[in-house]
Design a binder for this molecule. Structure first.
Ligand code: NAD
Ligand code: UDP
Length: 319
C-alpha cells in the first residue's frame, strides 16, 4: 500500500492556507498546520478533522515537528497592505528568520519546500505583463518595502538552500488572490468591496481607480501550488490570472453582483500603490500545464455568497 503523504503548511489557518489544507486532506494527505494566528484564525480550519493537526507556533522561532514530513508549504506571513505599516517588523522577521527556520525543518526531514512568494517582488512594474525574469521596481524604504523585501530575501534564501544543501525547492510568485475566508476587515480590495456592498455602504476606491489588478480565484491558486510542488521546476513560477481589470471596473462588478446601490467614494491612493499588475503565465502553462479556470464573475459570485452567509450568521448571533 502506498504510504500516506505528510504535508506541513505554515500559515495554514489563514485564507490561502486553509484552502490548501482542505485540498491536501481531500487528496489523502496528513496535514500539519502551524500558525501563530497573527492574521489567521483557528476558525478557518475548525471544520477540518481526522488527519489534520493544528499547532500554534510562530515560525520566527525554530520549530520541531515529530515524525516524517514529505512536503512543506511555507505561507506564514501577514499579506494585506493594511498590515505593511503596523506589522512591518513581524513581516520582515517572518520572511527572514521564519523562512530560515522552515527551510531548516524541511532540510532535517529531507522534505520538498515550497515558498509562497508574491507578485510584489516586481514592485510597481516597468514591464507589463510581468514575466519571471523581470527583476522588479521596488522601493526598499517605502511602506511596502517591508513586505516586498521580505519576500525577495525569502526567495534568495530558498535559492541558497537549493544550491548549498541540494534541497528540493519551489518558488510560487502569487498574484492577487481572493475568495471565501478572507477576513471582512482584512483591508484588501475584494473583502472591502464585498463587505461594503452587502452593508449598503459606499464602495471605497483608492485614487482614480484606473490602476489595474489581475484577480485569481483561490481554487485556481491551490491547484497551481500542488502542481508546482510536484513538478521539477526549481525556477520561480508566476501563479495568477492574466485577466486584467481596473479597480473601478472591479468595484462596479462587485456592486452589480452583490446588489448594492453602487455609490463609489474615492479615497487618497496609498503610497507606492503599483499602477498595473498582470502575470505572464507562459512558464506555468509550459512547466505545469496550469492555467486558471474560474472567471472573475463566477469567483466573485462565490465569494459574495460566502460573505453574505457570514454576515447573516453574525447578525443572528448579535440578536
Ligand atoms: P493570511 O493573512 O490570511 O494568511 C497568512 C497566515 O500566516 C495567517 O494565518 C497568519 O496568522 C500566519 N502567520 C503570519 N506570520 C506568522 C508567523 N510568524 N508564524 C506562524 N504563522 C504566521 O494571508 P493569505 O492571503 O492567506 O496569504 C498566504 C501567503 O500567500 C502569504 O505568504 C502571502 O504573502 C502569500 N500571497 C498571498 C497573496 C494573496 O493575494 N492572497 C498574494 C501573494 C502572496
Ligand atoms: N483598493 C481600493 N479600495 C480598497 C482596497 C484597495 O481601491 O478598499 C485598491 C488598492 O489601492 C490597489 C488595489 O485596490 O490599487 C489592490 O489592493 P489590495 O490591497 O487588494 O492588494 P495589492 O495588490 O495592493 O497588494
Amino acid at each position: 500500500m502506498a504510504r500516506r503523504r505528510v504535508a506541513l503548511v505554515t500559515g495554514g489557518a489563514g485564507f490561502v492556507g486553509s484552502h490548501l489544507s482542505e485540498r491536501l486532506l481531500a487528496e489523502g494527505c496528513e496535514v500539519v498546520c502551524v500558525d501563530s494566528f497573527i492574521t489567521g484564525s483557528p476558525q478557518n480550519v475548525s471544520h477540518l478533522g481526522g488527519r489534520f493537526f493544528l499547532l500554534e507556533r510562530d515560525v520566527r522561532r525554530p520549530i520541531r515537528i515529530p515524525g516524517r514530513v514529505d512536503e512543506v508549504y511555507h505561507l506564514a506571513s501577514p499579506a494585506s497592505p493594511k498590515s505593511f505599516g503596523p506589522l512591518a517588523i513581524e513581516i520582515l522577521e517572518s520572511g527572514s528568520a521564519g523562512t530560515r527556520n522552515v527551510l531548516e525543518l524541511a532540510r532535517s526531514k529531507n522534505a520538498r519546500f515550497l515558498l509562497a512568494s508574491t507578485s510584489e517582488v516586481y514592485g510597481d512594474p516597468l514591464v507589463h505583463p510581468q514575466p519571471e525574469d523581470y527583476r522588479g521596481n521596488v522601493s526598499t524604504t517605502g511602506v511596502r518595502g517591508a513586505y516586498d523585501e521580505a519576500k525577495r530575501y525569502a526567495e534568495a534564501l530558498t535559492s541558497a538552500y537549493r544550491r548549498r544543501h541540494r534541497l528540493q525547492t519551489r518558488i510560487a510568485r502569487i498574484f492577487n488572490t481572493y475568495g471565501p475566508r478572507m477576513r471582512p476587515d482584512d483591508g484588501r480590495l475584494v473583502p472591502n468591496l464585498v463587505r461594503q456592498a452587502l452593508a449598503g455602504e459606499p464602495l471605497t476606491v483608492y485614487g482614480d481607480g484606473t490602476q489595474t489588478r489581475s484577480l485569481q480565484y483561490v481554487d485556481d491558486l491551490v491547484e497551481g501550488l500542488l502542481l508546482l510542488m510536484r513538478s521539477d521546476e526549481a525556477q520561480p513560477v508566476n501563479l495568477g490570472n492574466p485577466e486584467e481589470r481596473s479597480v473601478l471596473e472591479i468595484a462596479e462588478l462587485v456592486s452589480r453582483l452583490a446588489g448594492g446601490e453602487g455609490r463609489i467614494v474615492h479615497l487618497p491612493p496609498p503610497e507606492d500603490d503599483p499602477r498595473r499588475r498582470s502575470p505572464d503565465i507562459s512558464r506555468a502553462r509550459a512547466s505545469l500545464g496550469w492555467e486558471p479556470v474560474v472567471d472573475l464573475e463566477e469567483g466573485l459570485a462565490r465569494t459574495i455568497r460566502w460573505f453574505a452567509a457570514g454576515a447573516g450568521a453574525r447578525k443572528r448571533a448579535a440578536r
